[in-house]
Design a protein around this ligand. Structure first.
Ligand SMILES: *[C@@H]1O[C@H](CO)[C@@H](O)[C@H](O)[C@H]1NC(C)=O
Ligand SMILES: *[C@@H]1O[C@H](CO)[C@@H](O)[C@H](O)[C@H]1NC(C)=O
Ligand SMILES: *[C@@H]1O[C@H](CO)[C@@H](O)[C@H](O)[C@H]1NC(C)=O
Length: 299
C-alpha cells in the first residue's frame, strides 16, 4: 500500500516538474536570473579565449573574479581589461595539471580573496591527431588538464560551499563529451569523463542534502578560439564564442544542469540514443563530421 502511494506521489512530482519546465520555457530567462554580485567566481584558463569572455561577463554582473592561468602574460592582459571596467579581479598563475600546485594556489585564494562560491573548470587543451600519432606523454597530459584537475579543484573549493549551503560548480566540457568525432580520441575521452564526473558529483551532492549547490555542464560545439583555430564545419558553421559565452552565462544564472550550444545539437544528441549506427554514419558523412578536424591548425 505504502509503495503504491509513494509511486503515485513520485509520478505526480515527475509530471509536475515536467509541466513546470514547459511553463518556464516560455518565460524569458532574464526574469529568472540569480544574483551573482556577491559571488566569488573562479575561472581556470581565465587568461584568454572562452575563459576570458566569461570573466568579462561576470565582471559586468558585479562578481569578484579570480582567474587562474598557466600563462602569466595572458593573465595580466585580462586583469587590465577587467580593471579598466572597474571590476575586482585577482590573478594567479597555476598549472592545473599539477595537483600540488592546484592545492597550494587554492589555499592562497582562500586566504587572500575568500571562499569561492562559483567554480568554473574551463581550462582545456587538445592535440586532436589521429590516434596512432598521439604522443603518450600528451595523452597523460590532456587527462591531467581536462579531467583530473576537476577532481582537485572540486576537492579544494567544495568544502566551503557545503558549509555555506551555497555554491555552483561549472564544467566547460564540449559537445565532444556527448558525441565523438574522428581524430579526437584524446579530447573526447577527457570530455566524456568530465561530463560523467559532473553528473555523478551533482547526484551525490544533491542526495547528501546539499540541494543548493548547483551544477552546470556546458557542451559547446567547436568554437573559433585558439583551441580549435582553423576548424571548419561545412553545413552547420563554427560556433561564435561570444554567443556561446552568453548562452553559458544564462545557463549558470538560471541554474541549468546541462547546456548544449547551439541548441540544434540537442536533436543530434537525442537521435544518437536510438538511431542505428549506420544511419548515424550517413548523417555524420552529410554534415562533414569526419572532415572537420583535418583543417585544425596545430599550435
Ligand atoms: C608542481 O607544483 C608544486 C607546488 O606549486 C611545485 O613545487 C612543483 O615544482 C610543480 N611540479 C612541476 C612538475 O611543475
Ligand atoms: C539549484 O539551486 C536551486 C536554488 O537556487 C535549488 O532549488 C535546486 O534544487 C538546485 N537544483 C539542482 C538540480 O541541484
Ligand atoms: C585525421 O587527421 C589526418 C591528419 O590531419 C587527416 O589526414 C585525416 O583525413 C583525418 N581523418 C579523418 C577521418 O578525419
Amino acid at each position: 500500500m505504502m509503495t503504491l502511494w509513494n509511486f503515485a506521489l513520485t509520478l505526480f512530482r515527475a509530471l509536475f516538474y515536467w509541466v513546470e519546465a514547459i511553463f518556464l520555457f516560455f518565460i524569458p530567462r532574464r526574469f529568472r536570473f540569480k544574483d551573482v554580485s556577491n559571488d566569488i567566481v573562479l575561472i581556470t584558463g581565465g587568461g584568454n579565449g572562452f575563459g576570458q569572455m566569461l570573466a568579462m561577463r561576470f565582471t559586468q554582473l558585479g562578481s569578484t573574479v579570480v582567474l587562474w592561468d598557466i600563462d602569466e602574460s595572458n593573465l595580466l592582459k585580462t586583469k587590465n581589461a577587467i580593471r579598466k571596467f572597474g571590476g575586482l579581479c585577482y590573478c594567479y598563475t597555476c598549472d592545473v595539471s599539477n595537483r600540488s600546485n592546484v592545492y597550494s594556489t587554492a589555499k592562497k585564494v582562500k586566504e587572500e580573496v575568500g571562499d569561492v562560491t562559483i567554480l568554473i573548470n574551463n581550462a582545456g587543451i587538445v592535440f586532436g591527431k589521429p590516434f596512432f600519432e598521439l604522443d603518450d606523454e600528451n595523452i597523460v597530459k590532456i587527462f591531467n588538464v581536462n579531467t583530473l584537475s576537476h577532481f582537485w579543484t572540486c576537492k579544494a573549493f567544495m568544502p566551503s560551499m557545503r558549509e555555506k549551503g551555497r555554491g555552483h560548480i561549472v564544467s566547460v566540457a564540449s559537445l565532444a563529451g556527448l558525441t565523438a568525432s574522428p581524430n579526437l580520441t584524446d579530447y573526447s575521452a577527457t570530455k566524456f569523463a568530465s561530463v560523467g564526473f559532473q553528473e555523478s558529483l551533482w547526484l551525490e551532492t544533491y542526495f547528501n542534502n546539499y540541494e543548493n549547490i548547483n551544477f552546470t555542464t556546458v557542451c559547446p560545439f567547436y568554437m573559433n578560439t585558439a583551441l580549435f583555430s582553423g576548424v571548419s564545419s561545412e553545413i552547420i558553421g563554427i560556433l561564435d564564442p561570444e554567443y556561446a559565452a552568453e548562452e553559458v552565462i544564462k545557463a549558470i544564472l538560471t541554474n541549468q544542469n546541462i547546456v548544449i550550444v547551439p541548441r540544434f545539437f540537442y536533436i543530434l544528441y537525442a537521435l544518437k540514443s536510438f538511431l542505428p549506427s549506420k544511419t548515424l554514419l550517413a548523417l555524420y558523412d552529410f554534415f562533414g563530421v569526419q572532415r572537420m578536424m583535418a583543417s585544425r591548425k596545430n599550435q
